[in-house]
Write a protein that binds this ligand. Structure first.
Ligand SMILES: *[C@@H]1O[C@H](CO)[C@@H](O)[C@H](O)[C@H]1NC(C)=O
Ligand SMILES: *[C@@H]1O[C@H](CO)[C@@H](O)[C@H](O)[C@H]1NC(C)=O
Ligand SMILES: *[C@@H]1O[C@H](CO)[C@@H](O)[C@H](O)[C@H]1NC(C)=O
Ligand SMILES: *[C@@H]1O[C@H](CO)[C@@H](O)[C@H](O)[C@H]1NC(C)=O
Ligand SMILES: *[C@@H]1O[C@H](CO)[C@@H](O)[C@H](O)[C@H]1NC(C)=O
Ligand SMILES: *[C@@H]1O[C@H](CO)[C@@H](O)[C@H](O)[C@H]1NC(C)=O
Ligand SMILES: *[C@@H]1O[C@H](CO)[C@@H](O)[C@H](O)[C@H]1NC(C)=O
Length: 551
């Protein structure tokens, strides 16, 4: 080929290439990119599409506002900036951080054109990170395993830490802006996904850790009705204890304001505090938020047109007052194992508990005349016996902590929801490359918090390695994709794939809690935690009072 020939070839090549990646959305056009999986398949990606106006200035802390239409073609070819975070994230946003961070990423297994029938099921992923870290970046969530199943995948950024969760607990700064971001991204998905080949009536939301809590919050928000037809919560759910009380939320907001202007006191109005915080440099907000404990998080808002969540969560769940969609919910076999770097730190935790058993009491309002010590003694006895000590029983430290932070709420939600919708409960116990943990405690489970995620997405820092890793991925992704497509992880109108060992994953019934144990094998069995469920029911019913917010 002479140089003119290759020029023409390149021109034709590039224009074809460009065309198939151009998608015309009602509000503007976007150009994407392709990428190849290691087995040579080509996938399509449109990354960094704005779904809300940049939440700057007077929009800081406020509910997100829909993005305005744009002219020309938006290059949706790389991850845009992530939202500001605090602490040390597992993976940092690859393009750095900005307040202008409200973007979605869309992935498709197929090129799209006018003839594409918008019939693909859509997976909408909400990342974790304690509501103060994380992003929807490709390096954390390469969705290749789901694309291979023919799904469209959407990942998002939402505002984090103070920028996403500061509240004055009145109608000045309602709070939960980060959850409202997620909801607006779901609205965007409903309105735009058909142009990528997705079925807008066939969206399933999925999240892990704070992402599971986010999915759980979307389930409770009346405004989410109609935005999704299924929900998946892993290691975090609607009942997880993340809520700030009115008092705590106000305290955090005024504390942050007083760091920026030391003259701020409780006597300053919400409006004064809001104005101060909206005009402060974002770097200051983040720097000071970084040092503040407890973390900024969800609140029950006052009633207003823009509020997301106003009623106690447990009661909503119990009364069927939630978005009634089929659900997968579960936990890893020893979630809190991930908290400890070595045996000594676990021993220290045991000693702290022994020194003050009151630490065992959940964040529950206690009835009048109830002595917290009495409740603590009962919990202590349940876990280590009357004469036992936590320092001498390290598996009990983990058992108590994992149950307190994860298992109890997971079971409770499964049981409550199962009165209204099919709920599939699992326990993930497969010990694979990503579950590599610092400590091993005989008598405790082996899979800590977050170790499930790399089986669903390729996470750059935690690649799968062994054959059994990949078999487990295949099982999980098959079960999850079946659920996303048909609302049932093991539908009987499909030939039972060998990879699923011909199991039938039955839904939980309120009187018969079965769970799928996902380990070296798949085993559906009666819950191992019946005794614990009865015990914790007794603790809540005896010592606390309605309405409950968490459990
Ligand atoms: C287009 O933008 C307008 C104005 O922000 C918004 O109301 C509408 O929902 C958007 N349409 C789509 C399909 O996103
Ligand atoms: C988008 O990318 C193309 C090709 O790299 C480039 O020519 C164009 O200037 C870019 N557009 C914008 C708005 O950045
Ligand atoms: C889209 O999904 C809905 C609900 O899951 C389903 O009823 C409908 O048939 C699907 N549409 C197409 C075009 O596949
Ligand atoms: C979507 O529609 C196309 C074209 O009609 C068809 O070939 C394909 O099987 C359908 N896919 C799904 C998931 O329904
Ligand atoms: C990503 O996942 C796919 C599907 O399981 C796999 O084929 C591929 O090797 C993975 N890529 C990387 C870089 O781990
Ligand atoms: C806080 O209240 C004091 C006393 O009313 C007032 O002087 C000050 O301007 C207020 N601060 C801000 C930032 O509005
Ligand atoms: C607990 O300690 C008390 C007093 O030392 C003793 O009487 C009792 O038998 C012990 N109970 C158990 C279950 O070991």
């Amino acid at each position: 080929m002479n140089s003119f020939g290759s020029f023409v070839f390149l021109l034709i090549f590039y224009s074809c290439f460009a065309d198939e990646l151009l998608v015309h959305l009602p509000n503007g056009s976007v150009r994407g990119t392709t990428f190849s999986s290691s087995n040579g398949r080509t996938f399509y990606a449109w990354r960094g599409i704005p779904y809300a106006q940049p939440p700057l200035g007077k929009l800081r802390f406020m509910p997100p506002v829909k993005v305005a239409p744009w002219e020309g073609i938006l290059n949706a070819t790389t991850d845009r900036k992530g939202c500001y975070y605090v602490g040390k994230p597992f993976i940092k946003p690859s393009a750095g951080c900005s307040e202008d961070c409200l973007f979605v990423n869309v992935y498709s297994p197929e090129k799209v054109d006018e003839k594409t029938k918008p019939n693909r099921s859509v997976l909408f992923w909400i990342h974790g990170g304690a509501l103060e870290q994380g992003s929807g970046d490709f390096i954390c969530t390469d969705p290749t395993p789901f694309l291979e199943q023919g799904l469209i995948v959407v990942t998002i950024n939402y505002r984090l830490t103070a920028l996403g969760f500061l509240s004055t607990v009145d109608d000045v700064v309602l709070g939960n802006a980060g959850l409202k971001d997620q909801q607006l991204a779901l609205v965007w998905t409903r309105d735009n996904i058909e142009f990528f080949g997705g079925n807008s009536s066939d969206v399933t939301i999925m999240g892990e850790s704070a992402g599971g809590i986010s999915v759980g919050s979307q389930l409770i928000s009346p405004k989410s009705k109609g935005l999704f037809k299924g929900a998946i919560m892993q290691g975090g759910n609607s009942l997880s204890d993340f809520f700030k009380t009115t008092k705590q939320a106000k305290y955090l907001t005024y504390l942050l304001a007083s760091k920026i202007d030391p003259r701020i006191t409780q006597a300053n109005s919400s409006l004064e505090v809001k104005n101060l915080l909206q005009s402060a440099p974002v770097e200051d907000i983040i720097r000071y938020a970084n040092g503040i404990k407890p973390r900024f998080s969800t609140v029950l808002e006052v009633e207003s047109e823009s509020s997301f969540l106003t009623r106690p969560v447990y009661e909503s769940m119990e009364n069927g007052d939630f978005v009634r969609v089929p659900t997968i919910i579960g936990y890893n076999s020893e979630e809190c194992l991930a908290w400890y770097d070595d045996i000594n730190s676990l021993k220290e935790k045991g000693q702290t508990l022994d020194e003050d058993y009151k630490k065992l009491v959940p964040n529950m309002p206690l009835r009048d005349n109830i002595d917290k010590k009495e409740v603590a003694a009962e919990i202590k006895e349940f876990y280590v016996g009357k004469n036992g000590s936590f320092a001498d029983d390290l598996p009990a430290v983990l058992r108590w902590q994992s149950e307190d932070r994860f298992v109890r709420t997971t079971y409770k939600q499964a049981v409550l929801q199962s009165k209204y919708v099919p709920v599939y409960l699992y326990r993930f116990s497969f010990v694979g490359t990503p579950s590599s943990i610092h400590i091993s405690v005989p008598g405790a489970g082996k899979v800590g918090h977050g170790a499930d995620v790399p089986f669903f997405f390729n996470v750059s820092r935690v690649p799968l390695k062994t054959e059994q890793d990949f078999i487990t991925r295949q099982r999980l992704v098959t079960l999850w994709s079946n659920f996303i497509k048909t609302s049932n992880p093991t539908p009987d109108d499909r030939p039972a794939a060998d990879i699923l060992e011909n199991i039938v994953w039955r839904a939980v019934s309120p009187s018969d809690v079965e769970e799928l144990d996902i380990g070296d094998k798949l085993v559906l069995r009666k819950s191992k935690k019946v005794k614990e469920l009865i015990f914790w029911d007794h603790i809540w019913n005896t010592y606390s009072y309605r309405p409950y917010n968490t459990f």
